[in-house]
Design a protein around this ligand. Structure first.
Ligand code: GLA
Length: 391
């Protein structure tokens, strides 16, 4: 029995995880042996993408030290494409991408980075641009010719289509195109992608879109962590791109977001404007200890393991790099429920709040004027370490 299998089995038995995978085969394309790291345009820029933005971002990923910290893929999300030409090839917006996509990929590669792009398995993308349905082979070939290293395929405008079938069609087209390309499935967890995703792609979204708010981040944590046992090297649950640095959470909350994504072995795709990062954002995204937890070679997704007291949660992730089978743990305070839903919290988990653990400091009030200054603080440490929140 392999050490990894024993570890996963122990986790499953100990934690009573909701999802226990059958021995599903994985896509064997040799890629994403650790969760992919990089940057994606969507969370901050939405449709406001251009060759200039991508070049400046690639420059900043290098200059900020992010590339050397492990961020590799620079991915343009939706809105780069406007039409198909007479031969059926996708055409980039010529005003925003004057030279087309190939020179941009070359630029990114010359920086020691990899280049990613977005399409949609349906007839049109979520922003109404041409989708890949019916053009899988030509799109895969085009992307390979352009030097694409990572494709995210979305699921808008795909009514009546079967996700496992459509994503497998594009997987096969990518394989036929002959270039190693990380395949990122984005169907929002609607059709149990943790069951067929491992044999189809390198990562699959488990939920709808994240937004730049604590409640959204925590809701996604609770959902995505249910499928921990599906994750393994080459095949990862994707709880969506990071919001770190986008302004809707405090720096402590962003630290929590980043640490929790690392414990979940999530892809770490920065989603901020890396050209203009305040020092705190740079420090969070560049935290080598947290990144090492995410990128650990054992590839076991961490899980919630203890609720040792009212308001406290402990998540644990087995690590290959830690001797004696110890785990790194992350613990923290999740207090940030809207006042309208606030109520006294006893030793029982509050009904309707899955996995919620709230920690109140003596004297802190929870509604108007509540002391939320400490919420989101996490501590990353060894399993045997003192689990007190930082003072
Ligand atoms: C969907 C995806 C997002 C993003 C947008 C682009 O909402 O889930 O991540 O790609 O489409 O339109």
């Amino acid at each position: 029995m392999s050490a990894r299998f024993v570890t996963v089995l122990c986790c499953a038995l100990t934690l009573g995880a909701r999802y226990v995978p059958r021995a599903a085969p994985t896509l064997d394309n040799g890629l994403a042996r650790t969760p992919p790291m990089g940057w994606n345009s969507w969370n901050h820029f939405h449709c406001d993408v251009s060759a200039q933005l991508i070049k400046e971002t690639a420059d900043a990923v290098v200059a900020s030290g992010m590339r050397d910290a492990g961020y590799r893929y620079v991915v343009i999300d939706d809105c780069w494409q406007v039409a198909r030409d007479r031969t059926g090839r996708l055409v980039a917006d010529s005003a925003r991408f004057p030279g087309g996509i190939k020179p941009l990929a070359d630029y990114v590669h010359a920086k020691g980075l990899r280049f990613g792009i977005y399409t949609d398995a349906g007839r049109r993308t979520c922003q109404g641009r041409p989708g890949t349905y019916g053009s899988e082979e030509i799109d895969a070939r085009t992307f390979a010719e352009w030097g694409v290293d990572y494709v995210k395929e979305d699921w808008c405008n795909a009514e009546g289509l079967d996700p496992p079938t459509q994503y497998a069609t594009f997987r096969d087209a990518l394989a036929k195109a002959g270039r190693p390309i990380v395949f990122s499935i984005c169907e929002w967890g609607s059709n149990h992608p943790w069951e067929w995703g491992p044999r189809t792609g390198n990562l699959w979204r488990t939920t709808g879109d994240i937004s730049d708010r604590w409640a959204s981040m925590i809701a996604i944590l609770d959902l995505s962590s249910q499928y921990a046992l599906a994750a393994r090297p080459g095949a990862w649950n994707d709880p969506d791109m990071l919001e770190v640095g986008n302004g809707g959470m405090t720096d402590d909350e962003y630290r929590a977001h980043f640490s929790l994504w690392a414990v979940m072995s999530a892809p770490l795709m920065a989603g901020n404007d890396v050209r203009a990062m305040p020092p705190a954002t740079r420090e969070i995204l560049g935290n080598k200890d947290v990144i090492a937890v995410d990128q650990d070679s054992l590839g076991v997704q961490g899980m919630l393991v203890q609720e040792p007291g009212i308001d406290l949660q402990v998540w644990s992730k087995p690590l290959a790099r830690v001797a004696n089978g110890d785990r790194d743990v992350v613990e923290g305070d999740r207090t940030h429920r809207p006042c309208s839903r606030a109520r006294p919290v006893g030793p029982q988990r509050p009904r309707g709040v899955h996995g919620a653990v709230l920690r109140h400091r003596p004297g802190a009030r929870r509604c108007d004027g509540a002391d939320h200054s400490r919420h989101g603080r996490l501590k990353l440490g060894r399993e045997d370490s003192n689990l007190q929140l930082p003072g």
